[in-house]
Ligand binder design. Structure first.
Ligand code: 5AD
Ligand code: SF4
Length: 487
């Protein structure tokens, strides 16, 4: 979904422009010509598939890759049996890496049967030099490898890969650059992620992200608000503002601005109905933000506030820069100011040196905060991070046992928190037809709960009032209010 992208009038006899995004538009025009020639030779359209691993940031990056592939003439295949397959990888935990290697084997076989097929890899995993070495040594059938910092160069690298028999590899160690105004093709017409910043400066001791996503860079508020306005013009009613640590947004800009200010400016955009954001670091969450959230009904009643551990001792070793008590105090202040808020979190079990007592502190925080849901992870050793070199790594059996106990508690509380809404009415953004039952629609409430209810598919993308009739554990069955009136 991109306006003003006229690739057919770019003069390819000229040298490519030096400045961005004009340079990438030039390469898109060039790629379009090449793709069109391939379609003609094959006597069929060229298809693509983008597979996303990992977080919302990657999901948004994948929309940008999809935007470019669509602009140059590829059509989506929906499966990996396609002419261009790209994996947008994650490396936050070891099993994400394992998955990619496993699936590459299958792609190799598909490529042997399809002379037009090209395979590309990008994303966080590619920022690790041992990964690129392994790809060069054992996965020579991959055509293109690039990283997180130069994703905006995709069109240019794609052209290079089409012309080269060897694997094209372009990885940057870091960047201070943000390229605006490249196309993106949204997964949903009515909602979109919007990057507000890139990278992370926090260096939590277990986390690879600062090494693979680089230093924190904020986009200008003007560019962000303009992007949101354009999205709204294009039918978007809900945006998710994305950053690894949105609460430190804007601090390093020439004209510093707080995240709370950005949020209130976004909330003023006419036609925008809902705003979400992700992720908040507890150490940087300001009273100003709590106030802005409390006073705007456009900002969803959902806050993802990763705690990681409930033990002050472990939090210190994790370099999280808050304590159990300060986190609990923050959660209490948020709940007091916004009583209907849903708090969600990320928790790691089995961090090096975690004792049963530390783990009990984590359970205690879960009991006190009462999360609406939580992502629970077993600690995964990431080479190059300080925690990987720590002594007292915890045995797999102990980690599994703690993980199971944590999950049981998290789920019990999440069920209870979900049930409190039974009999109330909420506003749901209708996202899709229910996967299991076509007579039902699936909507998302502001607090992120899902509700399934009878309705016409023409309501997809609309916000409707839904009566939450029956709690089914972690989601609801409901009835639309207008629907009730029309009976
Ligand atoms: N091991 C386990 N979980 C991790 N996370 C980040 N790094 C690791 C790791 N090495 C989790 C954190 C973070 C989420 C995105 O992934 O909980 O909030
Ligand atoms: Fe990783 Fe910590 Fe940055 Fe989150 S805040 S991306 S956990 S280093």
């Amino acid at each position: 979904m991109y306006h003003n992208l006229d690739l057919d009038h770019i003069d390819l006899t000229q040298e490519p422009p030096k400045e961005e995004p004009a340079r990438q538009c030039y390469f898109m025009a060039k790629a379009k010509k090449q793709v069109s020639a391939m379609c003609e030779a094959a006597g069929r359209p060229m298809t693509f598939h983008v597979e996303t691993f990992g977080c919302q940031m990657n999901a948004r990056d994948s929309e940008k890759l999809t935007g470019i592939l669509t602009a140059v003439g590829y059509v989506p295949s929906g499966t990996e049996t396609a002419d261009f397959v790209i994996y947008n990888t994650c490396t936050v935990r070891e099993n994400a890496n394992r998955k990619v290697y496993g699936r590459l084997g299958k792609l190799k076989r598909l490529k042997e049967e399809n002379p037009y097929m090209r395979i590309a890899l990008c994303g966080c995993m590619m920022q690790e030099s041992h990964v690129v070495e392994k790809l060069r040594d054992s996965y020579g059938f991959v055509d293109l490898v690039f990283g997180t910092h130069n994703i905006y160069q995709f069109a240019q690298l794609f052209c290079q890969a089409l012309e080269s028999d060897a694997m094209v590899v372009e990885i940057w160690k870091d960047t201070d650059r943000i390229v605006e105004d490249l196309p993106a093709q949204r997964k949903y017409p009515f909602k979109s992620g919007v990057n507000i910043m890139f990278g992370c400066n926090n260096f939590c001791s277990y986390c690879i992200v600062p090494y693979v996503r680089g230093r924190e860079r904020s986009r200008s508020p003007q560019a962000i608000l303009e992007e949101i306005r354009k999205l709204v013009e294009d039918g978007v009613v809900e945006v998710m503002l994305l950053g690894q640590n949105v609460n430190s947004y804007g601090k390093t800009l020439d004209q510093p601005i707080s995240f709370a200010k950005l949020l209130s400016q976004a909330a003023e955009i006419p036609g925008l109905e809902r705003i979400r954001f992700m992720t908040s670091h507890p150490k940087d969450l300001s009273d100003e933000l709590i106030q802005v959230m409390a006073s705007s009904d456009k900002i969803c009643r959902h806050l993802h506030l990763p705690v990681q551990s409930g033990s002050t001792r472990i939090l210190d070793k994790m370099n999280r820069r808050y304590t159990k008590e300060s986190y609990l105090d923050l959660a209490a202040r948020i709940k007091k100011a916004i009583p209907d808020i849903a708090l969600t979190t990320d928790i790691i079990v089995g961090f090096p040196g975690e004792t049963e007592e530390d783990f009990q502190d984590t359970l205690d925080v879960v009991r006190k905060v009462r999360y609406s849901s939580a992502f629970t992870f077993q600690y995964s050793k990431r080479s190059g991070t300080p925690a990987a070199a720590m002594e007292e790594q915890i045995s797999a059996e102990v980690v599994q046992d703690r993980f199971d106990r944590l999950l049981t508690l998290v789920q019990d509380i999440a069920r209870e928190e979900c049930a409190v809404w039974e009999g109330t009415t909420g506003k749901a953004l209708v996202e899709q037809v229910n996967h299991q039952d076509e007579s039902l629609l699936t909507g998302r409430l502001g607090n992120n709960l899902l509700v399934h209810f009878p309705g016409e598919r023409s309501l997809i993308g609309k916000i409707v009032d839904v009566h939450l009739t029956e709690c089914k554990g972690f989601y609801y069955m409901g009835e639309m209010i207008e629907w009730l009136y029309h009976q």
